[in-house]
Design a protein around this ligand. Structure first.
Ligand code: GAL
Length: 413
């Protein structure tokens, strides 16, 4: 045994101990793929990352801008055998194909522990539970058809009452135009046109027509005068947008309201996260309407994480830890407060949530107003075909009758 220099050995051992403890400290490694890249979204998802790390996990953040882009990367990586630990999808039929190809772990253990059969709203439960198993962990409830408005723009335009009917909406848009403001802040991207369309179908057509078209894909409904009226109202909104609308991101569009240069935006309550990030206060700098009038349908959607199948026990450990973290009370409140969404669990102190989110929570108690967003009912192909028709109708002089015919063809495939 050769003589050692004790202090050096002690230092060496202590550094080894440091390395080994830090190795133990970096617990289950999770690579999380999502598309939360705006100011509000990234602030919100950081709360999940913080909670996961506080629980001893190592979180690698793979943020890809744009839902369509992020979801196709996630699916391609699953098919290619190099999946992330978890991937964001909408609470919808978007991940049905990968379930059918047996590429996802089910999350029944979390579902049982969280009592989802009893606690989840029906439209969410019906699309997450496939053949008796849950295949995604929902993290929030969003609603795409909120109408946001700038209080200063409304004041400048002399609008002293929130529009509660389609006629009042167009009258307010005319006043905003007359005041030299951008009446409707719209991001000219196909998925945003689909959101505006769904909002008009719900608010002009009503819940019954909305479900006949989006859930039942009923040809008679799509050929009806009532649906024609919805499409004409949808297209009429186009005369209120600004020339910089084409291609503009939704959050850059919300920024126009935050600056007071635009009056209204029809967008999901992820826009609320941008107002929160800008430190504006609901009821002071901006207002929010969950549709037109007291019985407007509440179009339920949300976000969820799916967990690609893996045989790696470390990855499975990371998936279990991540699933338990994102549904836990603390992370749920911290995330949703910044995201602008409603928590997925109903046992939290929601007085900490924003005024608009509180309005949404109240409406969630009234099942008569619930409907799912289109993608809860439509396959990705049907939703993509519908979106193509809507954005063509929005951007060209396509006749409304042609739009009706093309929508029928798109939804009957
Ligand atoms: C939605 C998603 C929201 C938000 C929004 C805009 O599909 O549910 O969480 O990310 O896209 O990016």
């Amino acid at each position: 045994m050769y003589k050692t220099n004790q202090p050096v050995l002690a230092l060496l051992l202590s550094s080894l101990v440091v390395v080994s403890t830090s190795a133990h400290a970096a617990g289950p490694k999770a690579e999380v793929l999502h598309w939360w890249t705006s100011g509000g979204e990234s602030a919100a998802v950081a709360k999940f990352a913080d909670a996961y790390r506080a629980a001893g996990g190592a979180w690698t953040d793979t943020a890809i801008a744009g839902g369509d882009q992020a979801r196709s990367v996630a699916i391609n990586r699953m098919v290619g055998g190099n999946p992330p630990t978890a991937a964001q999808f909408n609470i919808s039929r978007q991940f049905q194909d990968v379930v059918e190809q047996d590429m996802l772990n089910n999350v029944d253990d979390v579902a049982t522990r969280e009592n989802w059969d009893k606690t989840l709203p029906e439209p969410i439960r019906n699309v997450l539970k496939i053949k008796g198993h849950y295949y995604a962990v929902p993290v929030n409830i969003h609603m795409p058809g909120w109408i946001w408005y700038s209080k200063s723009a409304f004041k400048k335009a002399g609008i002293d009452k929130e529009p509660s009917t389609p006629d009042e909406l167009f009258a307010a848009l005319d006043k905003l135009k007359g005041a030299g403001l951008i009446p409707l802040a719209h991001g000219g991207q196909a998925w945003q046109e689909t959101i505006v369309f769904m909002a008009m179908l719900a608010n002009v057509g009503g819940k019954e027509l909305y479900l006949s078209v989006m859930r039942d894909r009923n040809v008679t409904a799509m050929n009806s005068e009532a649906f024609r009226k919805v499409l004409l109202s949808f297209k009429r909104l186009r005369s209120y947008i600004d020339t910089a609308s084409p291609g503009r991101n939704w959050n850059d569009t919300t920024a126009l309201l935050i600056k007071g240069t635009a009056g209204m935006q029809i967008m999901g309550d992820w826009a609320l996260g941008e107002f929160v990030a800008a430190k504006q206060v609901a009821g002071r700098e901006y207002g929010c309407m969950p549709g037109l009038g007291p019985k407007a349908p509440y179009l339920i959607q949300g976000d969820a994480f799916v967990f690609p199948k893996t045989s790696n026990p470390e990855t499975i450990k990371a998936q279990k830890l991540l699933a338990s973290i994102v549904v836990a009370p603390g992370p749920q409140l911290d995330f949703n407060k910044l995201k602008g969404s409603i928590p997925i669990r109903n046992d939290l102190d929601v007085t900490q949530l924003n005024l608009c989110a509180q309005m949404g929570l109240e409406i969630m108690k009234d099942k008569s107003r619930h409907a799912g967003i289109g993608e809860i009912y439509l396959t990705p192909d049907q939703n993509g075909a519908l979106t193509d028709v809507l954005t063509a109708y929005w951007n060209t002089n396509m006749a409304v009758e042609k739009a009706q015919k093309n929508i029928i063809a798109a939804l009957k495939n």
